[in-house]
Design a protein. Structure first.
Length: 126
């Protein structure tokens, strides 16, 4: 299963690499942005991932710093840990402490508010 997840992730990254999310018509719009006009914590994530895949980390940080500094690294670490455990023939269990879940939710709420304030830098332009 980890290899299937990695293959699916690589296929998705290949599509995001090849198709610029800035060009309209390839990806659906963000429902939060459409319904409220606010940028959600993940607005700009596809464009940030596209920029990372093309080696433009600075541009990616400007689009969505949370994706570049938190979401992508955590996804890679979890996939790596899952693969290593399965490679060793062990079961993979991921237990996230309640405080960590609360901290992530708080981070996302703060980031959402901050990125919607006028003139805010570093990962807040969508």
């Amino acid at each position: 299963m980890p290899l299937a997840a990695a293959a699916a992730g690589l296929a998705a990254c290949g599509y995001v690499y090849a198709v610029d999310p800035s060009e309209p018509g390839h990806f659906p719009p963000c429902p939060t942005k459409v319904l409220t006009g606010w940028d959600c914590p993940f607005c700009g994530s596809l464009r940030a991932t596209h920029e990372v895949l093309h080696g433009n980390v600075g541009g990616a940080l400007d689009l969505n710093a949370v994706t570049v500094l938190f979401v992508l690294p955590v996804a890679l670490v979890v996939l790596g840990a899952w693969t290593l455990k399965r490679w060793r023939g062990e079961q993979f269990e991921m237990r996230v402490p309640t405080w960590a879940t609360g901290a992530v939710v708080a981070l996302m709420v703060v980031f959402t508010v901050v990125r919607n304030l006028p003139g805010m830098p570093l990962g807040t332009s969508a």
